[in-house]
Design a protein around this ligand. Sequence first.
Ligand SMILES: Cc1cc2nc3c(=O)[nH]c(=O)nc-3n(C[C@H](O)[C@H](O)[C@H](O)COP(=O)(O)OP(=O)(O)OC[C@H]3O[C@@H](n4cnc5c(N)ncnc54)[C@H](O)[C@@H]3O)c2cc1C
Length: 404
Amino acid sequence: MHFDFSPKVKELQARVTAFMEEHIYPAEAVFMQQVAEGDRWQPTQIMEELKDKAKAAGLWNLFLPESELGAGLTNVEYAPLAEIMGRSLIASEVFNCSAPDTGNMEVLVRYGTEEHKKQWLEPLLKGEIRSCFGMTEPGVASSDATNMEARAVRDGDEWVINGRKWWTSGANDPRCKIMIFMGLTNPDAPRHQQHSMILVPMDTPGLKILRHLPVFGYDDAPHGHAEILLENVRVPYSNVLLGEGRGFEIAQGRLGPGRIHHCMRAIGCAERALELMCKRSMTRTAFGKPLARLGGNIDKIADSRMEIDMARLLTLKAAYMMDTVGNKFAKSEIAQIKVVAPNVALQVIDRAIQLHGGAGVSEDFPLAYWYAMMRTLRFADGPDEVHRMAIGKLELGKYMPAKA
Ligand SMILES: Cc1cc2nc3c(=O)[nH]c(=O)nc-3n(C[C@H](O)[C@H](O)[C@H](O)COP(=O)(O)OP(=O)(O)OC[C@H]3O[C@@H](n4cnc5c(N)ncnc54)[C@H](O)[C@@H]3O)c2cc1C
């Protein structure tokens, strides 16, 4: 077992770190200012400038394993780079490595036809457009995806789609041109063959964005999270991905990498929160001592270090399993890290907020915004409980009598 990254990865880590220090950290405040100044739902100039710089530096599309279209990195190789990107909420988009585009691009690479790839994958890979993923619905418990009710019915050479989606991340952004819609197409088929994924261009008549949904008051503009109505939306029948009734086959492939990317970034976010916690608690004094030396504060710092290191190792184990046995057989490890990483990040951010006092919940530090974003990860892409259920079942399965 090696605990060291290859020379190729170390070189990339150094380049991504240098890029973050030179371009991204100084741009965080500029990004926030540009969002605040104009129409919040328009792309910012600073983001487009940073994307050009990342492209020119060859730090582009670093995700995308098993494809010539990306940087040719495995999940284990990508993990430490995504961790560095997770240190800033604006970084992953700069490198064209942000959700939900990465998951959607992987779907198009694996299951798109040549026509789908030309129309949607190529501009996504170039960072010219963005995309969204429409699965969750307000009317049903969406942690059980077999509940999805939005309907797509075949009418000759077309699908006619009706339904309502919400929490569709990125849909508010005018650069978002395509949705991967998941809906009910074959209600009489077996439970996991009833749903399909269909490409729906965002400018199709009948698709209406009803509102944006803030998270604890943060609108996450210009990306945002939308509630969407689909009323008699017509798209060509050929927009179905992989085939009718095969939505769950795709979901299994899509959500694996998407989930682990969130976890990699969560570790980076926790790492930066710990850094802020250490710096603040060493430089601020109360009762004659630095905050770090008061009460159990040093234990909070030590616990954070231990938890982050454990979560990182589990992330790498899951990434290794995905690379070696495939996403399907890495199911338990992916579920484990999907529970562990957001919870660890939240604990660390919470301690950092506490040690910052009032400053921790202000907008002078990124901690409150990070907390809001990380909190959603305990149920987005599947609640903790559902992942625990999957892990537990796999564990019990080992002791099931052969007959059962
Ligand atoms: C910021 C944000 C971004 C999102 N982005 C997207 C997106 O881009 N596309 C998209 O389709 N969706 C997105 N979502 C939606 C997210 O994936 C869903 O909220 C999530 O899957 C849970 O579904 P639900 O909200 O319907 O909760 P429900 O299914 O109603 O579940 C509510 C709660 O019930 C409990 N529960 C559920 N199942 C079990 C169980 N088996 N055992 C014990 N308890 C259980 C859990 O505590 C769970 O949190 C996003 C959500 C947020 C907040």
